[in-house]
Design a protein around this ligand. Structure first.
Ligand code: HXC
Length: 508
């Protein structure tokens, strides 16, 4: 018996050394943690239960039959984050560069299947040279098996990818199909074809970081939701983030004890709107003053800053926040902001997270660039996402809600449950000056000014919309948190179903 146990211990120790001390040292020298060290940071202490520690590849080409490392380049299993179950895989770059063999893929599929069965999120820590080159098509098949599960799990359990090293070629498409991606600055990159291929094909010279580093994907492309400084910061951010998410579409998000009074009044909000409609103010401040303990976990802060998305809590319960940001492009809706918010709204709806929308939007961004790049199709994404969402929807119009953008931003007409406006709200088909210049074309400057004043007096307020029942109540800004908290309580048992369909056809 003791010999058997000794054998087990020996095998375990060998497996835990991965590709050996030399490669572990190389990993550390790059400022990266190993696959196991990462799981130690991500998961609660001693909560990790490993699966498939002894799995080896079955490749017999290119001398691979003599190079077998138990675990085959990925550490898989389950653990807890603040006591809640999560399934994880962590690619081990010290073993064949974390490359994906058929067996490596089989291990990932096993944890994904298990997560789906019990309704638990999946977090993947990606650090891989891509397809295991020695295995050829067996590796490609493995990728497709993972892709298929990403799709089946989408909308059933939350999926989060941390990119902590290379992620190239078709391998990028598994993280791309998960709900959120966090990247580590300077040590991670994602691209379909790397700098060398780019140079050969297009003659462009570009670094890995510029082509597909954390900043590129968090600012330009929006492939990534956050760019973190290092492995530890990324893993700790993932822990915090996890606490906002329900375990599956059958569960509620976890509730956190909250010391912040639900009816806290914020007198400073009564004066946050500047006297001139052209002056900006920071919507972050409105969010901080509304949410529990001022905490807003912002996603994609570097991309399309004209809209803010992220999670917060009210009375300890998770809410999804979408808010126009007057500090950037006056909070206008454009292609990027529409796409950014649409996917987020759909995530919240899939996982039963109420959506609170703050509106200060002067309309859609005009211009040939926007039109020719498809603002019609992309703007429709956000409209579609709000219109199909059946979760509780509370809307607060702080200032401008002009034109089509008024309709889009969780309006009453798109089944907004509670639509509030501050007294400073201006709900109109467009800004007064633009409107008058169209209606009274040809009038002199004096006439235009007079008519603009008349138009403002008539329409630059929330009361016309309120008189039609499009706004449920015009509220004191200082009571915004209280109103939202009460609203969420009322809506907690909301039942609303869309007509049966196989699935909808959102303009992609
Ligand atoms: C097998 C691999 C590997 C791979 C790296 N290694 N990538 N083994 N298959 N794809 C091994 C190396 O041989 C080396 O082994 C160890 O991992 C570390 O690699 P290094 O090159 O020394 O590390 P580094 O200098 O940090 O460079 C990392 C790298 C580079 C940029 C990822 O290794 C690289 O370019 N690899 C090839 C990437 C690639 O072309 N992959 C296939 C893409 S096609 P030793 O024994 O020396 O430690 C693809 C299709 C997917 O992925 C399609 C899905 C649909």
């Amino acid at each position: 018996m003791s010999a058997n146990i000794a054998e087990m211990e020996k095998r375990r120790s060998a497996a835990k050394l991965g590709g050996g001390q030399r490669r572990i040292d190389a990993q550390h020298a790059k400022g990266k943690l190993t696959a196991r060290e990462r799981l130690d940071v991500l998961l609660d202490e001693d909560s990790f239960e490993e699966m498939d520690l002894y799995v080896e590849h079955d490749c017999v080409d290119f001398g691979m039959q003599d190079q077998k490392i138990p675990g085959d380049g990925v550490v898989t299993g389950s653990g807890t984050i603040n006591g809640r179950l999560v399934y994880v895989f962590s690619q081990d770059f010290t073993v064949f560069g974390g490359s994906l063999s058929a067996r490596h893929a089989q291990k990932i599929c096993k944890v994904m299947d298990a997560a789906l069965k019990v309704g638990a999120p999946v977090i993947g820590l990606n650090d891989s040279g891509g397809a295991r080159i020695q295995e050829g098509v067996a590796s490609l098949g493995g990728y497709a098996d993972v892709f298929q599960r990403n799709v089946l799990a989408s909308g059933v359990v939350p999926q989060l990818s941390l990119i902590m090293g290379p992620c190239a070629g078709g391998a990028v498409y598994s993280p791309a199909m998960t709900d959120f991606i966090f990247m580590v600055k300077d040590s991670s990159y994602m691209f379909v074809t790397g700098p060398e291929v780019v140079k050969t094909v297009t003659n462009e010279v570009v670094t890995q970081e510029e082509l597909g580093g954390a900043i590129t994907h968090s600012s330009k492309t929006s492939v990534s939701d956050l760019a973190l400084e290092n492995d530890i910061e990324a893993l700790l951010a993932a822990r915090d983030f996890f606490d906002f998410l329900p375990s599956s579409n059958r569960d509620d998000a976890p509730e956190r004890p909250c010391a912040d009074a639900w009816d806290r009044l914020e007198p400073s909000l009564d004066t946050i709107i500047p006297p001139s409609a052209n002056q900006p103010y920071d919507m972050h401040e409105v969010l901080r003053k509304t949410l529990d303990e001022g905490e807003f976990f912002e996603l994609q802060p570097l991309h399309a800053g004209n809209i803010l998305i992220g999670f917060g809590r009210v009375e300890g319960k998770t809410v999804g926040i979408v808010a126009n940001q007057p500090m950037v492009l006056a909070g206008v809706l454009d292609i990027n902001s529409s796409k950014k918010a649409a996917r987020f709204v759909r995530f919240c709806d899939a996982f039963n997270i109420p959506i609170v929308t703050f509106v200060d939007v002067p309309g859609f961004l005009p211009g040939t660039d926007q039109e020719h790049d498809g603002i019609i199709k992309h703007g429709a994404k956000l409209l579609f996402a709000y219109a199909e969402a059946t979760v509780p929807k509370i809307t607060v119009i702080t200032r401008k809600a002009y034109g089509g953008a008024y309709d889009v931003m969780s309006s009453k007409h798109l089944r907004g449950d509670l639509n509030y406006a501050w007294p400073t709200a201006e709900i109109a088909v467009m800004g007064a000056k633009g409107a008058v210049e169209i209606i009274f074309r040809g009038q002199d400057a004096e006439g235009i000014a007079a008519k603009t004043k008349e138009y403002e007096d008539r329409f630059a307020n929330p009361f016309v919309a309120a008189s039609r029942g499009y706004i449920d109540e015009v509220i004191y800004p200082h009571s915004t948190r209280r109103r939202i908290a009460l609203g969420l309580r009322k809506l907690s048992n909301k039942v609303l179903e869309n007509p049966w369909k196989k699935h909808d056809n959102i303009p992609l």
